[in-house]
Design a protein around this ligand. Sequence first.
Ligand SMILES: CC(C)(COP(=O)(O)OP(=O)(O)OC[C@H]1O[C@@H](n2cnc3c(N)ncnc32)[C@H](O)[C@@H]1OP(=O)(O)O)[C@@H](O)C(=O)NCCC(=O)NCCS
Length: 172
Amino acid sequence: MRARDYSATETLRDGRTVEIRALRPEDRAGLLAAVGRTSDKSLYRRFFGFKRGFTDQEINFYVNVDFVNHVALVAQLNEDGQSVIVGGSRYIIGQPGQAEVAFAVDDAHQGQGIGTALMRHLVALAHHSGLRELVADVLPGNTAMMKVFGTSGLVTTTRQGPDAIHVVLQLA
Ligand SMILES: CC(C)(COP(=O)(O)OP(=O)(O)OC[C@H]1O[C@@H](n2cnc3c(N)ncnc32)[C@H](O)[C@@H]1OP(=O)(O)O)[C@@H](O)C(=O)NCCC(=O)NCCS
């Protein structure tokens, strides 16, 4: 399956079903709504600063991905008959063979296994595309993110930087 058509179904800890699928340009509003439901603390951990408003240019960057150098997945739940985007993950290739990953799940849906599922499917796509390494910077105290990396099954090295922990995950 092409990355831009990717779709998989997972069962959450509470028994509900979540779809992990490729981000689509029409997800713009759903993505912004998810940001609106996400706490300052979570946004800080994702963007390394207090971030709530985004310029059109930034939104375009996050929404219009090429699925080659920039691959993005969303987690979509059915809530009260509505499809709701509750989280997402992405990788962006920074240098040949290496991509930086980032994740966010809105606060009400954290701890249900969505981050772990997003990681598993992002890794599958990264593997498929022939990447060798995934990297991330994680702020101190972000146990949830470190757990998601720790349960990925990938060989992981960490290095303490001045502000964040630099994580390298080996794909090959
Ligand atoms: C990091 C993040 C994506 C993980 O997503 P998630 O859906 O909560 O992850 P999971 O449900 O798969 O949980 C993974 C582990 O973290 C734990 N966890 C989840 N939320 C937690 C929280 N707020 N505090 C402590 N532990 C938490 C889970 O219990 C689980 O551990 P366990 O397997 O021992 O029970 C999510 O917490 C988030 O969006 N955080 C804010 C943004 C961020 O930090 N992004 C990372 C930037 S690189």
